[in-house]
Design a protein around this ligand. Structure first.
Ligand code: FEO
Ligand code: CA
Ligand code: CA
Ligand code: CA
Length: 663
């Protein structure tokens, strides 16, 4: 039967002005409250967060972690099952990307010195990972609160036992002293963005795990040339010290395992392979608090920003997109072997095994003419075998663990830092933020090292000069970032696509060949990062910026996007021609929120009825010192003279009249 055509989406709020204040500002008619913040106890029996760093390390196994990032709301139905239509009660899964030491977690900030203090590192290990909490609407039906003590409330940390699944399970490249047969490992780290599955599980993604893994000096001498190639391609040079130095806190296994070096006779005697146990997509069943999270190796290993599924279609494969957030890295696509069957809703990790352990992994090539190809990363195809000159791929486990090398070998397109992706629920076109890239160089220069000339998919080269703390700072390359999008040629599993650049970040007064989307004061932004299509089809864009922060804190915008091919061709600063979407107008893109000082806005979820939004503020006051804090948020939201430590937090945003958000 023909369905009535839905009314066109229309933004229904006034644009929020840019500012540098220490508060979150929202459009008129909107309100916010804090759902949870760093250190809040999830269960009964632990004291409230005091704000002086006195909480024990162990208590962080039951407290909200730090660095709130990607998240997802799962409706909680009767008998504790996933109900995709439920908005009044749910399970909220939140990534805790990293510890914003020194100012928040420890009594006097992080202790300095060559070796870390054991009690501090233990607390940091437990403050990373994921939280799952039950949330419920209040009696008025507008606010939403955490259900303290719920049987679903759970912390997953950098010490939680996890299983390996897919081709890497049992590989000699993931054997460790903890798991000599390579079947399991411990911990998930630096969980940045995320995804969800149609069967009701959460996908958390491991991004900057090199922040916590060191490699002893002299280790190269104990490795084969092939191993060294693999380690180097992922940044693990000989003698590398991780910024967090967790491995220096003592000889206890809890700490020593953060050094990826050969110390024993075999891989089962030491932690030479710990490095290979991170960089994965991890599946968590929030409805089963006793379940063991699973590292789904079929989706490849790299700095996984997130894992974005296409709405499932009966009888079609499950398709998931992901990006590798480092300069000059790639965009990937997973296509399941199994075809979607609705009977698998609430199938938990068994459904995960069915859809995620077998399938094809592809990497994207963007051609200058607006076409693109998905290149398969399968052992024995496209030159990915032991005879490959770049790296001798032994088997599919080797291809997946070294997905970056496989992508290099097949000729994928190096991008300007792929951050979040999102799939338009109305037409299944895919969007991905390319946050910025200082390694794009003048097209007339000769690139050196990892520098790259612009190309059609990453077309801009220019300088952005701004004032930071009284000094002039010049950012070069693509300092403000852009959002690319593509449409598959036919079915979602197709291996060809067409693409354009939906939107370019820029300051409103930038030159026309920089401000290519025509942004104005109501919608100008820089460094797009978080990206989310809500169930109605509004696109939400969040920023993590360092280039425009002399004028405005990071922000979130809402957009009504068009479709691939609705713009034309332009020539970008630097002289490269590319295809673009229609120019932005105040009706198509509008600023919804501006955050507090020195934060990034990252992580968003909206209930199925569109009436409750969750949005995260990460690391307010980043890089400041305990005796000179630049932010006191969230306390500063209601207490302008606050002196409290800042905390990452999840906000609940609603309309004062209870109406649908954004429209
Ligand atoms: Fe954790 Fe790519 O941001
Ligand atoms: Ca990010
Ligand atoms: Ca970022
Ligand atoms: Ca950041």
């Amino acid at each position: 039967a023909a369905r009535a055509k839905k009314a066109a989406l229309k933004l229904g709020f006034g644009s929020v002005a840019k500012h540098r204040d220490d508060k979150v500002s929202l459009p008129a008619g909107y309100q916010m409250s804090i759902l949870h913040a760093l250190g809040d106890p999830m269960h009964w029996g632990d004291e409230s967060w005091k704000g002086d760093g006195s909480e024990s390390a162990d208590s962080y196994n039951r407290r909200i972690g730090d660095g709130h990032d990607g998240m997802y709301f799962f409706g909680l139905g009767e008998a504790g099952k996933f109900d995709a239509k439920r908005s009044d009660r749910g399970l909220l899964c939140v990534n805790h990307e990293y510890v914003v030491a020194p100012y928040a977690l420890h009594p006097n900030g992080k202790t300095s010195g060559a070796a870390r203090v054991a009690s501090e590192v233990e607390k940091e290990i437990y403050a990373h990972g994921v939280s799952v909490v039950e949330v419920k609407r209040d009696a008025k039906g507008t606010g939403m609160g955490m259900v303290r003590g719920s049987r679903f409330n759970r912390r997953i940390t950098s010490a939680t036992t996890m299983a390996f699944a897919g081709p890497v399970k049992g590989s000699e490249l993931v054997q460790t002293r903890f798991s000599p047969d390579g079947m399991k490992t411990r911990g998930t780290n630096n969980n940045c963005a995320n995804g969800y599955t149609p069967w009701g599980t959460y996908l958390t993604c491991e991004e900057n795990y090199t922040n916590v893994i060191s490699r002893a000096a002299g280790d190269d001498a104990k490795r084969s040339a092939k191993e060294i190639t693999g380690l180097k391609r992922y940044g693990m040079t000989d003698g590398r010290k991780s910024p967090y130095l967790w491995d220096t806190a003592g000889s206890d296994d809890l700490f020593a395992r953060w050094n990826s070096a050969v110390t024993g006779a075999t891989a089962g005697d030491d932690y030479r392979n710990i490095f290979n146990t991170f960089g994965w997509v991890v599946e968590i069943d929030p409805f089963n608090p006793d379940s063991t999270p699973v590292k789904r190796s079929t989706l490849g290993r790299f700095n996984h920003e997130g894992a974005w599924p296409v709405p499932a279609v009966k009888g079609q494969p499950v398709v998931i997109y992901s990006g590798d957030d480092s300069r000059n890295e790639y965009i990937y696509k997973f296509v399941s072997k199994a075809l979607w069957d609705e009977a698998d809703v609430n199938g938990g990790l068994a459904a995960g095994a069915k859809y995620l352990d077998e399938g094809q992994l592809y990497v994207a090539r963007f051609n200058a003419d607006g076409s693109g190809e998905w290149l398969e990363l399968a052992h024995g195809k496209n030159g990915l075998d032991a005879s490959n000159k770049l790296y001798a791929f032994a088997d599919q486990a080797d291809v997946l663990i070294h997905a970056r090398l496989a992508a290099d070998a097949v000729g994928a397109t190096k991008m300007d830092r792929p951050e979040w992706g999102a799939v338009n629920p109305l037409n299944h076109e895919v969007y991905m933020t390319l946050t910025n890239n200082s390694n794009r160089v003048d097209p007339n220069a000769t690139p050196t090292g990892s520098q790259l000339k612009p190309d059609a998919a990453n077309p801009r080269y220019y300088s952005d000069s701004h004032n930071a703390n009284g000094k002039t700072k010049v950012n070069k390359g693509n300092p403000n970032g852009h959002i690319i999008r593509w449409k598959e040629a036919g079915a979602q599993a197709a291996t060809r696509f067409s693409w354009d650049i939906y939107l370019f970040g820029a300051e409103d007064d930038a030159a026309a060949d920089v401000n290519l989307s025509g942004l104005t004061a109501v919608n100008d932004f820089s460094s797009p990062d978080g990206l989310y299509f809500d169930p109605r089809g509004l696109l939400w864009i969040q920023t993590d910026d360092n280039a425009y922060t002399d004028e405005t804190n990071c922000m979130m915008l809402a957009a009504v996007p068009g479709k691939v091919g609705d713009g034309g061709k332009v020539t970008a600063a630097g002289g490269t021609e590319t295809r673009v979407g229609a120019k932005a107008t105040p009706d198509s893109v509008r600023r919804f929120l501006v955050g507090p000082k020195d934060c990034e806005i990252t992580g968003i979820a909206i209930t199925p009825d569109g009436r409750t939004m969750f949005c995260n503020i990460q690391h307010p006051g980043e890089d400041s010192k305990l005796d000179a804090l630049s932010s006191h948020w969230p306390d500063s939201q209601t207490n302008p003279g606050s002196t409290k430590r800042p905390r990452s937090a999840t906000m609940v945003i609603t309309r004062t009249d209870g109406g649908p958000i954004g429209l």
